[in-house]
Ligand binder design. Structure first.
Ligand SMILES: [Zn+2]
Length: 325
């Protein structure tokens, strides 16, 4: 385990220990507090001995995202007791339900724009982020990907959701909004946790401004062709103070913006070829005149035939925005 992770867990465990000690002073004789204290002490001993984060059954590493949520874990997912397995399934089902409630309405429309999206976790919960927020006579569109998968990534996704929903009401210029969100995200993540993200603002007359924090190219789809807009900055949460460049473009009526996560581009076929941004762009070009639903359906159908129906390994999000008259 890296030194930074080790000291992170050390601090987290010591903090839990202090809280448990003061709680058990106030509630002397509470057996559950004493049991927890013993578990925290055992985890601290494992850290000292170098066996922290190793499954006691198979001696393989315990999934990092689970360990971040609960540093007291002693077993990997494959070696949970059946009671623990059932509890985990209940928690995940509830988390998935909460997460689906964070998504924007499926039939989203505002003056001058129509948006459709497809949000598909690889497991029960996703580390992808997708939102549409009306503010100041325009709307914000957001699509991102928190590094990793599963529960820890989904918690950071919901953190992003809350952050941007809160900041959207503050009448901030886009650059300031992303800088603040970055700082808040940095403060709440540990080393190695970050998110790639596109944050854009669109007006009814077709004007668009956006920041792409290390995300895959944003595609501007028009009758003239497809133009790929590369990232304008580093991922969110990587550096606490960094500038994000705002880019602008104008969409003519019927033009579209197409955004996606690496669940699309990092799809592989049986021959081991990656789907890649080039294929996304050529698909978008063929469907330039389609409505957002049809572009998304065509994309899903092409993914299916490209991968030969293989099981989805990564969280997937597609977002298509069309300027309408
Ligand atoms: Zn194991």
């Amino acid at each position: 385990m890296a030194t930074t992770e080790q000291s992170y867990f050390q601090r987290e465990l010591e903090l839990r220990r202090e809280h448990l000690l003061s709680a058990s002073r106030a509630n002397a004789g509470d057996a559950s507090l004493n049991n927890l204290l013993a578990s925290v002490d055992a985890a601290l001993s494992r850290l000292q001995a170098g066996s922290f984060g190793i499954c006691e059954t198979c001696h393989d590493t315990i999934e990092a995202d689970r360990l971040l949520c609960n540093p007291l874990l002693r077993f990997c997912l494959d070696h949970l007791s059946s009671d623990d397995q059932r509890a985990l399934e209940r928690d995940l089902t509830l988390a998935a339900h909460i997460q689906s409630g964070l998504l924007p309405p499926k039939d989203w429309c505002v003056a001058g724009w129509q948006a459709r999206y497809h949000y598909q976790p690889a497991g029960l919960v996703s580390g992808d982020y997708c939102d549409l927020i009306e503010s100041d006579g325009a709307f914000l569109f957001l699509l991102g990907d928190v590094v990793g998968k599963g529960v820890a990534a989904s918690m950071l996704m919901s953190h992003l959701h809350t952050t941007f929903r809160t900041l959207a009401g503050q009448h901030l210029p886009l650059q300031k909004l992303v800088e603040l969100a970055n700082r808040l995200f940095c403060d709440s993540t540990t080393a190695g946790q970050y998110a790639t993200l596109v944050v854009g603002r669109a007006w009814p007359d077709g004007r668009v401004e956006y920041v792409s924090a290390g995300h895959l190219p944003l595609l501007h789809v028009s009758a003239a062709g497809v133009s790929a807009r590369e990232a304008t900055g580093v991922p969110l949460g990587m550096f606490c103070s960094t500038d994000f460049t705002v880019c602008e473009l104008t969409l003519a009526p019927d033009d579209m913006l197409f955004l996606y996560t690496d669940g699309l581009t990092e799809l592989f076929n049986a021959a081991g070829d990656e789907y890649g941004v080039g294929r996304v762009a050529s698909l978008a070009k063929r469907y330039a005149a389609a409505c957002p639903e049809d572009l998304i359906s065509a994309c899903l159908a092409e993914m299916q035939s490209f991968s030969g129906g293989a099981r989805q390994k990564d969280d997937l999000t597609l977002l298509a925005l069309r300027r309408v008259n």
